[in-house]
Design a protein around this ligand. Structure first.
Ligand code: PMP
Length: 384
């Protein structure tokens, strides 16, 4: 049976064109970018070329405004801890949406131990941020507000431009985790009024081990990782040139192919949604239209997401139950609870994230497997 990978939000295969491009940076002729000899300069040039390509994907003013990190978790930590600690004079309040990734929520919780107040802004039952609540919560003491561009578990896209206006009316910096959205929808940090934005290479078909933080000129932050002066002193440590060069190439390809690939995936997504919702007691999670083009997420009553995942795997189809980062804990997802689901409802979730290897031809087989899986599990379920 054909293997069908539908879990691109957890990890994406590296694009072969990216691999072909980046492998030149694994050889011994490539030095340490901090070294002054020619091998070092060659490495530095590779990093600067990647910086330009990543800047291009999000329409940054200048490539200097991109800082490479080890991934989006690190970029989120740097954005939040770095701005909060560097700008203590501005206030000791931090704000995030209730559906942020744990790599945003946990640094904010950590700041509470240092006398910061951390407030979460609720979302409605489709995952859209409640803008009236945001207006109430952000004050002149709110140093950083973190709202994701789009959610990785339910696919909902937030109105970032409006959010930016509200945050800047009273508060200070807006940080946006664009890990799930980059390369799938158009992002313009200048047009959207974003101060800090996180990206991950692996969510763009790039190698693992690279991420980036966009920092708008004038935004002040202090490093989290201390050591050498790499990355304008904001991220010490010898650069992972292979991953960074690959990340740059992946960003360039994503930008070039975004419009065509996103509309191709959106058609597959819509057919999957239409057909899967014909199964009894099945529901879409997240927003029907304001959602990522490659993202379809559902819940089925009376059954467990983990059993769905394992059963689907027997058909050689890989899906997810939600956040890969916490999928081993078997706790109900904080995102699904935040959109108002009860614990037992939140446990029956299934997330499909499409990618380059998927096609419309796969839809009937996937829908059949989901239907048979749900029916089989319901027969066994004491809850049904
Ligand atoms: N933010 C979001 C929205 C994510 O989906 C993820 C995981 N892909 C991360 C942050 C963490 O990314 P990384 O694994 O690159 O640290």
């Amino acid at each position: 049976m054909e293997k069908i990978y539908l879990d691109h939000a957890s990890t994406m295969p590296v694009d072969l064109r990216v691999l072909e491009f980046a492998k030149q940076y694994l050889g011994s002729e490539i030095g340490n970018p901090s070294s002054l000899h020619s091998a070092g300069l060659e490495a530095m040039r590779a990093i600067e070329a990647a910086r330009e390509k990543v800047a291009g994907l999000i329409n940054a003013e200048d490539e200097k405004n991109i800082i490479f990190t080890g991934g989006a978790t690190e970029a989120n930590n740097l954005a939040i801890r770095g701005t909060a600690q560097r700008n203590i004079g501005l206030g000791k309040e931090v704000v995030a949406s209730a559906i942020e990734h744990i790599s945003v929520i946990n640094p904010m919780k950590e700041l509470q131990k240092h006398e910061f107040t951390f407030t979460q802004v609720p979302v409605d039952n489709t995952g859209l941020l409640m803008l009236d609540k945001l207006k109430e919560i952000v004050t002149k003491n709110t140093v950083v507000t973190s709202i994701m561009y789009a959610n990785n578990e339910i696919g909902t896209i937030e109105p970032i431009k409006e959010i930016s206006e509200i945050v800047h009316e009273k508060g200070h910096y807006l940080h946006v985790d664009a890990t799930a959205a980059a390369g799938k929808i158009h992002i313009d940090v200048q047009g959207d009024g974003i101060d800090l934005l996180s990206l991950s290479s692996n969510d763009l078909y790039g190698p693992r081990g690279a991420g980036a933080l966009y920092i708008k000129p004038g935004v002040k932050l202090q490093p989290v990782m201390l050591g050498g002066g790499q990355e304008r002193g904001l991220r010490a440590g010898t650069e992972n040139i292979f991953a960074i060069a690959g990340f740059g190439e992946a960003a360039l390809i994503a930008k070039t192919e975004l419009a065509e690939e996103s509309s191709r995936l959106q058609a597959i997504r819509d057919k999957l949604i239409e057909d899967i919702l014909k199964i009894d007691d099945s529901y879409l999670t997240g927003h029907r239209t304001l959602r990522l083009p490659h993202h379809a997420s559902f819940r089925f009553s009376h059954i467990e997401g983990e059993s769905i995942l394992l059963n689907m795997d027997m058909y050689d189809i890989q899906i997810s139950t939600g956040s890969a980062c916490s999928s081993k804990t078997l706790e109900a997802s904080h995102v699904l609870l935040a959109i108002g689901l009860k614990h037992e409802e939140a446990h029956g979730s299934m997330v499909i994230t499409l990618g380059t290897s998927n096609s419309m031809d796969q839809v009937p087989g996937v829908v059949k497997a989901v239907k048979e899986t749900v029916e089989r599990l319901r027969k066994l379920s004491p809850l049904a």
